[in-house]
Design a protein. Structure first.
Length: 150
């Protein structure tokens, strides 16, 4: 399911498969994403479909919210709900582009440092984050930039 471009169509197809498989957790989370997409299209007016980057942002936001919910559920020990949220998380993570390895992030950081210089952490971070396009965690990038600039 994972591809560089997540579209409304790929989500709709996944929802159809989840419905046929009677996967309640997948159906639930995919309907939430569809609702968020519809809301965003309504805010923009006269937009028939959202660009893949915007759909990806919506999916990532939901992943973050599920992660926060999981943290809360683990604190109170709600076992059944934890499994449900983990299933939802797994469904959405399948839509994310493949993550860069630490070595790939390091190479990219070194490339950006060579281009921009060692004098501005913020500028290096901004450029690296623009190039990774969500394929690396910001904390990992930050650590690599700090190493490269020290």
């Amino acid at each position: 399911m994972s591809s560089p471009d997540i579209t409304e169509q790929t989500l709709q197809e996944a929802l159809g498969k989840a419905m046929k498989a009677r996967d309640r957790d997948a159906v639930s989370v995919l309907k939430i994403i569809k609702t968020r997409i519809a809301t965003e299209k309504g805010r923009r007016k006269e937009v028939e479909t959202l660009p893949p980057d915007d759909v990806l942002k919506i999916v990532k936001k939901e992943i973050k919210e599920i992660g926060e919910t999981l943290d809360s559920l683990r604190k109170v020990g709600a076992g059944d709900r934890i499994r449900e949220e983990e299933n939802k998380l797994r469904v959405l993570e399948a839509f994310l582009p493949p993550m860069l390895s630490p070595e790939q992030v390091h190479a990219l950081v070194l490339e950006v440092v060579a281009e921009t210089g060692r004098d501005n952490f913020g500028r290096v971070m901004k450029e690296v984050m623009a190039r990774v396009q969500g394929r690396a965690d910001g904390r990992v990038v930050s650590e690599q930039v700090k190493k490269a600039l020290s």
